[in-house]
Design a binder for this molecule. Structure first.
Ligand SMILES: Cc1cc2nc3c(=O)[nH]c(=O)nc-3n(C[C@H](O)[C@H](O)[C@H](O)COP(=O)(O)OP(=O)(O)OC[C@H]3O[C@@H](n4cnc5c(N)ncnc54)[C@H](O)[C@@H]3O)c2cc1C
Length: 421
């Protein structure tokens, strides 16, 4: 940790991967940091993601032609993307912005911004991972995308082109090359693509808890409290109201993931933040497991070899923060995993299966909000990382730590500004 003669009191709201990485980087700059979260570290979206540290994930969710897909989403309850009818009025303005974000020019700009944020993922994590003794959780074997037909391989060409335009090296694989890399993969997958620069985490929740342990060891405070609002004086935030009282702060960071919207509003910023809910299923002691994380282009899910077993994660469900999970979606992921890896048992005892649902914090243009609030010079946003918050957490931490010190962030943060909507 560096010694900072101007050590300040910083409150970080949210102990997901984004809040935890931010708090860790701010602490390394020599400040006194308190984190507030009603739950334990990493129990939100950061608990159950697919674990991919993909600096190559530069393709926004809304791509040209998104409008044409909407009717299909509405009609296929088992498809990779569903909308609960009851939630349609609430999500409609978000969807409208989402569709409008998918023009070729906007997509090219979003991809450039995402590459800057995500490209240095592994090196941005490296100092935090080392200090937390978490090297065993980080694997650097690249990842595969697999296709069931030449047609879907060709259809994904535009997205892969966007990656290549941003400096990602993508290798196209034949049927046989794919088998050599992944012998257990079903022969239904006829083509593949390999990206070698990426990594993955053996247990995303444990990564956050290890960062939390190191943070506490180095003097940081983590309080199990919900942030309820702020105190202000002279155009600045002076404290965060928590359940136990007021926490005085010289600077605050809002990193409450999908729950950041109302707190951002209190800071004067109206943001179209919603949630793309996602699911996972974990199979303990799988009969077979892939060597790499594998993304199914057709099924829109990832199968990642993890410490607890094989995790299959994905799908997008628009249903807000309050609706109960629809566990049929996790069962669909399980069936897809069994089809992807024929070596898996057909009847897997429930004792070997666990399910999870989490809330991706999503903005319609697939970019997070990172930067100062419009109204309060000492309040900084760090939320809305959608599908890439694990990969983007560490660079976000570096950015926020620079902002807290009034220094120049390591990358251009203009694309992530809160007033872009
Ligand atoms: C199925 C699935 C697969 C995914 N796969 C990947 C992947 O492979 N790679 C990748 O990079 N990303 C992936 N993601 C996305 C990634 O998980 C998220 O972008 C990331 O976890 C967001 O982190 P966060 O810290 O912003 O939010 P969270 O982890 O949700 O943390 C927010 C925290 O804020 C707390 N909070 C809420 N309200 C308050 C309050 N009022 N006061 C204090 N605290 C509060 C919550 O309790 C929570 O702990 C996936 C997501 C899903 C759902």
């Amino acid at each position: 940790m560096t010694t900072n003669t101007a050590a300040r009191d910083i409150v970080v709201i949210g102990a997901g991967i984004v809040g935890m990485a931010s708090a860790s980087y701010i602490q390394r700059a020599g400040h006194r940091v308190t984190i507030l979260d009603p739950g334990g570290p990493g129990e939100g979206a950061s608990f159950g993601n697919a674990g991919c540290l993909n600096g190559s994930s530069v393709v926004p969710v809304s791509m040209p032609g998104a409008l044409a897909q909407v009717p299909r989403w509405l009609l296929d309850p088992q498809g990779p993307l569903v909308l609960r009818w009851r939630y349609l009025p609430a999500i409609a303005p978000w969807l409208w912005r989402f569709v409008r974000a998918g023009t070729p020019e906007k997509v090219a700009a979003q991809a450039r911004a995402l590459r800057a944020l995500l490209g240095p993922t592994l090196e941005s994590y490296a100092p935090l991972v080392k200090a937390a003794g978490a090297e065993d959780l980080i694997h650097r074997v690249g990842h595969l995308t697999v296709y069931k037909s030449e047609e879907s391989f060709a259809k994904d060409g535009a997205a892969m082109g966007l990656r290549r335009d941003n400096g990602v090296v993508v290798d196209d694989l034949s049927f046989d090359e794919l088998r050599q890399l992944e012998p257990g993969l079903s022969r239904d997958f006829v083509r593949g693509r390999m990206i070698t620069e990426t990594g993955h985490v053996g247990d995303p929740h444990r990564l956050v808890t290890r960062l939390a342990e190191a943070f506490a060891r180095d003097g940081g405070r983590i309080l199990r409290e919900r942030a309820q609002g702020f105190e202000f004086a002279d155009g600045a935030v002076t404290g965060v109201r928590g359940e136990s009282g007021l926490h005085r702060a010289d600077r605050i960071v809002l990193a409450a993931g999908a729950w950041s919207k109302s707190l951002a509003r209190e800071l004067g910023d109206v943001v179209p933040l919603d949630t793309e809910r996602g699911y996972h299923v974990v199979l303990r002691d799988p009969e077979t497991t892939p060597r790499h994380p594998i993304g199914s282009a057709d099924g829109k899910f990832f199968a990642t070899p993890m410490d607890q077993g094989l995790r299959v994660a994905g799908t997008v469900e628009f249903a807000g923060l309050d609706a109960p999970p629809d566990w049929r979606r996790a069962r669909t992921l399980l069936r897809q995993a069994q089809a992807m890896f024929p070596g898996l048992a057909r009847d897997i005892p429930e004792s070997r299966i666990s399910h999870w649902m989490g809330f991706r914090p999503s903005l319609p243009d697939s970019l997070p909000v990172i930067g100062p609030s419009r109204r309060y010079r000492n309040a900084f946003h760090a939320f809305g990382h959608g599908h890439v918050g694990l990969a983007g957490g560490a660079m976000t931490g570096r950015i926020v730590a620079a902002l807290v010190d009034g220094a120049k962030p390591p990358i251009d943060i203009t694309p992530f500004r809160v007033d872009r909507f």
